[in-house]
Design a protein around this ligand. Structure first.
Ligand code: SF4
Ligand code: SF4
Length: 222
């Protein structure tokens, strides 16, 4: 079945997406599934990352330790790159996908990341997924070591160091309300994570506050 989950399914409807004005692709690039690759090894990862169209990204794994104490660790996978973002983009405000052009996605359906293929346009714009995106992300588990090495190769630092740096930059962007090119839904999503992030990364939060104007609206609302 490959990336096409159901037979006789209309995976693409450019007319509906035109009317919607490509809302999903403006929010963020779509996810690569492990099945998008014939083989996943050092060579295939370098090859795709060197295209400039893909980033190593992360989903946050939040663990409660004891009362008021929790940790956040990044779980790595690949996604179509967002405009202005780096090959290593573990945490940032999501922006429009780099592959979105005037006429829609630059990729043919066959070459498109499965996360995009499996988001099925609907006339009422309540577009449907054929799969559980979190389950698909979890399938990157056996490749975490390899992706950690990719972070080291491209960012010249460990995942831990890079994640902390990205957290700091995200705090700065939020506190400065640097929301250009970021859709409302993403701003809401990221603000909903702010309490957890500031609890788990207090040093980075304090550092970001020092870097930002204390008149920031967001800062006053915390
Ligand atoms: S898939 Fe749905 S949300 Fe995405 S552009 Fe098409 S209609 Fe809009
Ligand atoms: S790769 Fe194509 S379908 Fe996926 S988010 Fe980018 S423009 Fe949209």
């Amino acid at each position: 079945m490959g990336k096409f989950r159901g037979i006789n399914m209309e995976y693409e409807n450019k007319d509906i997406c035109r009317v919607c004005k490509k809302k999903c692709c403006k929010k963020c690039g779509c996810d690569y599934y492990v099945e998008d690759f014939e083989v996943i090894n050092k060579e295939s990862m370098i090859k795709i990352l060197d295209t400039g169209n893909v980033s190593v990204v992360s989903s946050m794994v939040i663990k409660d330790l004891k009362k008021e104490e929790r940790t956040i660790t990044p779980f790595l996978y690949l996604r179509a790159r967002n405009v202005g973002r780096d090959v290593i983009d573990l945490l940032s405000l999501k922006r429009q996908c780099l592959m979105l052009k005037k006429d829609g996605c630059s990729y043919s359906l066959k070459d498109r990341p499965s996360g995009g293929v499996n988001f099925i346009p609907q006339e009422d714009f309540k577009c449907k997924r054929c799969d559980d995106p979190l389950e698909e992300i979890r399938k990157w588990e056996p490749y975490q070591n390899l992706l950690y090495k990719m972070v080291r190769r491209y960012a010249h630092m460990s995942v831990d160091e890079r994640f902390k740096l990205d957290v700091l930059n995200l705090f700065v962007d939020i506190l400065n309300e640097n929301f250009e090119g970021v859709v409302e839904e993403e701003i809401k999503d990221v603000l909903s994570c702010l309490t957890n992030l500031s609890m788990c990364f207090p040093e980075e939060f304090e550092c970001a506050k020092r870097k930002c104007l204390l008149t920031s609206k967001v800062l006053r609302s915390i």
